[in-house]
Design a protein. Structure first.
Length: 189
């Protein structure tokens, strides 16, 4: 490039882009980018058609892709409880209480590629122990079966009648996690 100003502008843009990428890559938390389910007692107009008893009244399915040769499957859930931190939950940008008591549960259930249930835990305001505001070790196995594992997250009426909001995070030691079941009704065309 013959124009030194153009060269300087492009260099500045490159440095800003590199700085931005460095800032993003060093993030150590979800920075408020949570998954969210509400108890079945929350009306669907509050935004959770899946869990609401006047909506789908069902669970969310997350799929974890485990390629052949994976040495360890390690699934962690960030803050799976619903209100264990009490009043501090809202200021920490985690769970939200509706009403005067924490009255909601969320059930996390893992299925292997054959469809067999592997493990399950129900989280509420009392536990699981040691899970509030941290990455909690949900499941770990060496040499897992390859294929698609399903993690069901359920706050439907089969689990709870409460109406609180559970914010949480999911990770699986660098593996892909998908959500691809979002049909909520028919097209009224």
């Amino acid at each position: 490039m013959k124009n030194p100003i153009t060269t300087l502008v492009l260099l500045a843009l490159l440095l800003l882009t590199a700085f931005h990428l460095e800032q993003v890559s060093t993030a150590t938390s979800l920075n408020g980018q949570w998954l969210c389910v509400q108890g079945s007692g929350a009306p669907s107009q509050y935004g959770d058609y899946y869990s609401s008893s006047d909506g789908g009244d069902t669970y969310y399915s997350f799929y974890i892709e485990v390629p052949p040769g994976t040495s360890v499957l390690d699934i962690d859930i960030f803050d799976p409880d619903v209100g264990m931190g009490g009043a501090a939950e809202e200021s920490a940008n985690r769970d939200r209480q509706r009403g005067s008591t924490w009255d909601t549960s969320t059930k996390f259930t893992l299925y292997d590629p054959s469809g067999a249930e592997v493990t399950s835990v129900t989280a509420d305001s009392s536990g699981p122990s040691g899970s509030d505001g941290v990455w909690w070790d949900f499941y770990q196995v060496s040499n897992p079966s390859s294929g698609v594992w399903e993690l069901r997250v359920d706050s439907s009426s089969a689990v709870t009648s409460g109406d609180d909001i559970n914010y949480f995070g999911l990770r699986a030691n660098g593996l892909n996690i998908y959500f691809y079941r979002a049909s909520v009704g028919t097209n009224p065309s």
